[in-house]
Design a protein around this ligand. Structure first.
Ligand SMILES: Nc1ncnc2c1ncn2[C@@H]1O[C@H](COP(=O)(O)OP(=O)(O)OP(=O)(O)O)[C@@H](O)[C@H]1O
Ligand SMILES: [Mg+2]
Length: 338
């Protein structure tokens, strides 16, 4: 459904001698099959939106090729646009008409009859909990309502291939859960292919068959969530030791689990907490507890934490997706010339 080879996008920012080249997307290959739901994950500025804009024909690739729904994004852009739905990160622009009329006009632009567009539009309004807002102007909607209206606009013509750029950002938990259900329904009911970007790791986990991670314009991983997590070195075991003078003993015992006798490499202590990553923690923790008991170490608590997608990201890039998210995007251009 989507095939990209060596996609590159460079931007030039700044003026005169200060011109800088930003390689926003730096040689991306992608293969997405029909009916697949792919989560496209990466920190701010990684190149997600830029990749999506090339795939949806809004931006001509600097280099590389892509076919989307069987059509070339450069030479057959009209056919590509007819075959897809796109919900952009910044949302749709509206003309100032009622929300319902905007949606119907949009559907008719895609060749739907007025009656079909009204019927489908009203169905989507109900499914995305926009009941009663058909005759409201988009500018008078709340942020979350407008975001859901963006999704209706992207889906009105029942596209078989849908691109969603951070569709749930700004939605309350209940609206998010509702949209998740809707996205899952696109595949199960309509057999649609979905390519969505998100910063929410739980969202990618729940929705996506496959997760593609992009960092600094390059794909650094592409696999199922489970396989990605399995690559991370084990579960995190966190012991909370009752007394100060037992912390070192606990660290040595936990270290022995990780390395065999003697090593404490990879064991982290933090106040009364002693932590390390341990393969198949579920199997070895009972032995560890006996061992600590024999050594006279008393515990206040023990926690075993399965690897998360954030751990995957950290082990792949050396940075946490959460940290990267809270920081400003790198290379944010002051002024854009080209
Ligand atoms: N029109 C442009 N001119 C110059 N630089 C740009 C332009 N659009 C994007 N960039 C830069 O390209 C890089 C990738 O941006 P992009 O919007 O694709 O990131 P993203 O992964 O979607 O990030 P976010 O999670 O913040 O939405 C960033 O460094 C950004 O500043
Ligand atoms: Mg983006």
């Amino acid at each position: 459904m989507i095939q990209a080879r060596g996609l590159v996008q460079t931007f030039h920012t700044g003026r005169g001698k200060n011109t800088k080249e930003v390689r926003a997307v730096d040689g991306v290959d992608l293969d997405v099959h029909e009916g697949e739901v792919v989560g496209f994950l990466g920190p701010n500025g990684a190149g997600k939106t830029t990749t999506l804009r090339m795939l949806t024909t809004l931006l001509r690739p600097t280099a590389g090729t892509a076919t989307v729904a069987g059509h070339d994004v450069v030479t057959e852009s009209v056919q590509v646009r007819r075959s897809i739905g796109y919900v952009s990160q910044v949302g749709a622009t509206f003309s100032g008409a009622y929300a319902g009329d905007e949606v119907v006009d949009h559907g008719m632009l895609y060749g739907m009859s007025r009656a079909d567009a009204v019927r489908r539009g009203q169905e989507l309004f109900a499914q995305l909990q926009l009941d009663g807002l058909w005759k409201r102007m988009p500018k008078n909607m709340s942020g979350g309502q407008k975001r859901r209206l963006d999704v209706v606009m992207g889906l009105i013509h029942d596209p078989r291939l849908v691109f969603l750029d951070e569709p749930t950002t700004g939605l309350d938990p209940q609206a998010r859960a509702n949209l998740w259900e809707h996205i899952q329904g696109l595949r199960t009911r309509l057999g649609a292919t979905v390519f969505l970007t998100t910063h929410y790791l739980d969202e990618a986990d729940v929705l996506a068959d496959r997760i593609v991670i992009i960092d600094q314009g390059r794909i650094v991983a592409s696999d199922t969530s489970d396989n990605l997590k399995a690559q991370v070195a084990g579960d995190l075991v966190d012991l909370e030791v009752a007394a100060d003078d037992q912390v070192a003993v606990a660290a040595a015992r936990l270290g022995a689990l990780v390395h065999g006798a003697g090593g404490v490499d990879g064991v982290e202590t933090d106040g009364h907490h002693v932590r390390a990553r341990v393969q198949r923690a579920g199997r070895v923790v009972p032995g560890l507890l006996r061992d600590l008991d024999n050594a006279g170490v008393e515990l206040d608590s023990i926690e075993v934490i399965r690897p998360t997608l954030d751990d995957v990201f950290l082990s792949l890039t050396g940075r946490s997706l959460r940290d990267a998210d809270s920081a400003d995007a790198p290379n944010q251009p002051e002024e854009v010339l080209a």
